[in-house]
Write a protein that binds this ligand. Sequence first.
Ligand code: PXP
Length: 250
Amino acid sequence: MMNDMPFQRLGVNIDHVATVRNARGGAYPDPLRAAKLAEEAGADGITAHLREDRRHISDADIDGLMDVLSVPLNFEMAATEEMQKIALHHKPHAVCLVPEKREERTTEGGLEVAREENRLAHYIAPLREAGCRVSIFIAADMRQIEAAHRIGAEVIELHTGAYCEAIAEGDHVTRDRELAALTDMAAYADGLGLEVHAGHGLTYESVSPIAALPQVKELNIGHFLIGESIFLGLQPAIREMRRLMDEARS
Ligand code: PXP
């Protein structure tokens, strides 16, 4: 069926296949095999976060992904010197800068671009020169969006974590407030010429209103899909997410 909404890509984050593998320190389940299956199931990209502490994805996983993927790799990383070197070595399609705190369980907030504008502008310049699309993971906050635009990022990824948490907690007031902010800021960022992505914590229950935002060109989804694959299998889990995204945009 044709409609006016631009296609929305689904990036599948495979970090937590590596989390399960690392629980035993062996070779399985293999995140590369998951990435290939995700591709076959219709993932438009694969996302992987090489954390400073290597708690899930490893350097060897990134080497392997660069070798085997047919779809683009969205390489998530903290804005450190070590990660910049790795990104410049591999030159992935996209680099998404995320804040990282050693003690956090997952990426808790967006990047404070406004506070670090100068450093980040210098930091992303060589990545852009190397041909990587630089994306910045930020809260739905006008100050951060404007700062991301000023430093020369091409893409922003809006953090949907607070919206998803509100749904999980049945807190409709916060859910509505967060969704309104995501809606407004997606339009605002798009108006500045930034490509808008969104992600973090999305599930079958929470995805539709975000998938329906016309300016959002890509969703990056991981933890829920890997969890759901225990029950459905990875490919059916991904296909159901794809179906919900398409339904929301039809
Ligand atoms: N987008 C970004 C920038 C992230 O850091 C993460 C988590 O690594 C995700 C999307 C995916 O979040 P989740 O695993 O909760 O779906």
